[in-house]
Write a new protein. Structure first.
Length: 445
């Protein structure tokens, strides 16, 4: 099966070039001015083609919470947002912290994904010995994870965290680190709940800025001393950016769209719909985070797509501690970032680097993923950078049909998404087959 996309402006070699892309067997075999005949010809009508996004942080909720999302609906939202590869989080039921749970998860999701996927394993104080087995099964990354609800397996103990870093290094793995000093946050949550401070802003203040920057500094220093491959997530404050500037070393850093596109002042009325694990911060943080993304101090953007049903969020209007933090985000990430490009606050090369090339490198799948070049997978997103539209939860394609960006005007629209040469999303229609998405292990091992 071959496919040719003609009349395109292709982002390749760091710039847009006019021409055609030919893919055979899912791989780009030719690029140039003159298209060659193919089984399927797609006319891009002069629109832009970017490499498909590699989203290193999604919660597709399977197994265990498929009322919120599952691997099929999550990957529908992904391709509608131009995302062609995802890394899925381990806070499932059961938690993915044993080889048996990992095997079961891979069996459960097989045959459902439209996008290629990797899976993250949760590290805790009793599974470091299993790292070689996780590697053998194809674990893509390891997260120190303290958002596991009734099974708190977070690495609050610094000695334990150091052990975990050494174990991940020895296994040749990638460590995903969170900027959250749990002892501070737990203390603040208990204090606020005791005095019945139950609103969104109370929730936000339970995760003080210093709980983020202290955790980031500690982890950057420890990761450097161990020499583990590590990635710092959910960077959101000016103070953490200062820490990164001083201590980043070889660690890569990630920001979330809601920290770039929502601020506490504008979002207070959203209540639980703007309730996030690392809370929404202030206007000044948003401005500085976007600058840091532009400058490359923040390497990547990942959605942290973490949907909950409206029914689950509802109690949070009365008492924020009764609703779960997290928002759906995988489908809106690219249009929001393209809007910044149209405003001139972010360049297109930085957008592509941060959402596709850098994540592919970090995951060890570049240049197969994350770039448009001969020999790379034909993971492609056709974008109209000039189309203005309004985000509406009802029109999104995941299982939950709400968004904190309801009513927001954006400029830049995903028209089509191809996953390894298969046209999978086409202006609101889904093609491709459930199960076409491959486990990344096949790409790397
Ligand atoms: Zn998350």
């Amino acid at each position: 099966m071959s496919v040719t996309i003609v009349n395109a402006r292709i982002f390749t070699g760091g710039a847009l070039r006019e021409g055609a892309i030919v893919a055979e067997g899912g791989v780009i075999t030719r690029m140039g001015r003159t298209p060659s005949p193919a089984d399927e010809v797609i006319d891009a009508h002069g629109n832009m083609i970017l490499p498909g996004l590699v989203d290193m942080h999604v919660h597709f909720r399977e197994p265990g919470a498929t009322q919120k999302e599952d691997f099929h609906t999550g990957s529908r939202a992904a391709v509608a947002g131009g995302v062609t590869t995802v890394l899925d989080e381990p806070n499932n039921t059961p938690v993915i912290d044993t080889p048996a749970a990992l095997k079961q998860k891979l069996d459960t999701i097989r045959g459902k994904a439209l996008v290629d996927y990797g899976v993250t394993v949760a590290l805790n104080d009793h599974n470091l010995d299993a790292l070689p087995e996780f590697e053998r099964l194809g674990a893509t990354a390891y997260a120190e994870f303290d958002e596991l609800g009734d099974k708190p397996t977070g690495l609050t103990d610094a000695g334990m965290l150091l052990d975990a870093m050494k174990a991940v290094k020895d296994a040749g793995g990638l460590l995903l680190m969170n900027c959250r000093e749990a002892e501070i946050v737990d203390h603040e949550v208990a204090r606020l709940r005791r005095v019945s401070r139950n609103g969104l802003l109370d929730y936000n203040s339970s995760f003080p800025r210093v709980a983020e920057s202290v955790a980031a500094a500690k982890r950057l220093l420890m990761a450097e001393s161990v020499g583990v491959r590590a990635h710092l997530r959910e960077v959101s404050t000016v103070e953490t950016l200062r820490v990164l500037g001083a201590l980043k070393g070889n660690v890569t850093a990630e920001a979330r769209p809601d920290h770039l596109f929502l601020n506490e002042e504008d979002s207070a009325h959203l209540g639980p719909l703007a309730q996030q694990w690392t809370p929404i911060r202030g206007r000044g943080d948003v401005v500085e985070l976007l600058k840091a993304l532009s400058a490359g101090l923040v390497d990547t953007v990942a959605s942290d797509h973490a949907p909950h049903t409206l029914e689950e969020k509802q109690p949070g209007y009365k008492n924020i501690w009764d609703s779960p933090p997290g928002i759906p985000a995988v489908e809106t990430m690219l249009p929001l970032l393209l809007t910044e490009v149209s405003r001139g606050t972010l360049t297109l090369p930085r957008l592509v680097e941060a959402t596709s090339t850098a994540p592919a490198r970090i995951l060890g799948v570049h240049p197969r993923k994350g770039t448009i070049a001969v020999g790379s997978d034909a993971d492609l997103v056709v974008v109209n950078p000039n189309e203005e539209w309004t985000i509406a939860g009802e029109e999104l394609h995941g299982k939950t049909r709400w968004t904190p960006y309801e009513g927001r005007r954006v400029k830049g629209r995903v028209l089509m998404t191809l996953v390894r040469g298969t046209l999978t999303y086409d202006r609101g229609d889904f093609r491709g087959e459930a199960g076409q998405g491959r486990f990344l292990k096949l790409e790397t091992h």
